[in-house]
Write a protein that binds this ligand. Structure first.
Ligand code: SF4
Length: 255
């Protein structure tokens, strides 16, 4: 059962983290709060922190309902894809509506975590089964260098939001750390990261690196170095390279 006939669904794609994952797009291509060095969605023309109903909640729920009615099967229904899903201001209604379809398929949300500093975003995410936020930086300087956020976004506030969310969320949190050689894989960076991770209640720490051509000159971290970092970060850490981020890379609506 393919999602090719739908405007806001793609896949199911085979995901290293989520198995067979039906992607659900909540925003137009690369509508995001960041413009990461490693982003594979192309140049960021729509960097914003304005929450709007970029894509109609009713349309999304109707498409998922139709896909399920036609016998669609997946391991996860995943809000992700073309940008930052929490920018859709109807996020809570979309999660509620999809869960209300009663498919029994768990719902995952892949987010860069930048809006978790907003209480309403944390509340809206409470109905998800798994939330997969990112944490690549360890301070304001590395945040600006790696994620290249909107000027108004502050690292400390985002980190505090992630911590607050991790304390109250009843589902699982799988935190992704995207590592770039020579940028955030030094011993010094990893020691700071290890200290930060002690303060966040995540169920998994998932280490990723470049596996396909990205928009900028970025280099992958070797398997040997990833393994060293995994060991340093403890039992919750795992390497997921192989290993793409669960995004369609611009090939929206293709499986
Ligand atoms: S990698 Fe994700 S968070 Fe970063 S700019 Fe691209 S879509 Fe946004």
């Amino acid at each position: 059962m393919s999602a090719n006939d739908y405007k806001h669904l793609f896949g199911p794609v085979q995901s290293s983290r989520l198995g067979r994952s039906l992607g659900i797009d909540l925003v137009p291509l690369k509508t995001c709060t960041y413009n990461c060095l490693y982003c594979q969605l192309g140049a960021s023309a729509k960097t914003t922190q304005e929450r709007r109903e970029y894509v109609s909640a009713a349309e999304i729920i109707s498409e998922v309902k139709s896909w399920l009615a036609k016998g669609g099967e997946a391991d996860y229904l995943t809000l992700s894809g073309s940008g930052e899903p929490t920018l859709n201001c109807r996020l809570g209604k979309i999660i509620e509506g999809i869960k209300g379809l009663g498919s029994g398929i768990p719902l995952a949300v892949i987010t860069n975590g930048s809006l978790l500093c907003r209480p309403e975003v944390r509340d809206e995410l409470m109905g998800a089964d798994v939330v997969l936020p990112s944490l690549d930086a360890v301070d304001e300087e590395s945040f600006r260098a790696i994620n290249r956020p909107l000027e108004a976004l502050e690292y400390d506030r985002i980190l505090a939001g992630l911590r607050d969310f991790s304390l109250v969320f009843r589902g699982e949190i799988w935190l992704e750390v995207f590592l770039l050689a020579g940028v955030n894989d030094s011993d010094q960076h990893i020691e700071k990261l290890a200290a930060l991770l002690e303060t966040i209640s995540a169920d998994k720490i998932q280490l990723n690196t470049v596996s396909r051509p990205a928009g900028e000159q970025v280099e992958r971290v070797s398997h040997r170095r990833l393994e060293e970092i995994r060991q340093r970060l403890g039992d919750k850490a795992e390497v997921i390279v192989g290993g793409e981020k669960e995004r369609p890379y611009g090939a929206v609506n293709s499986s």
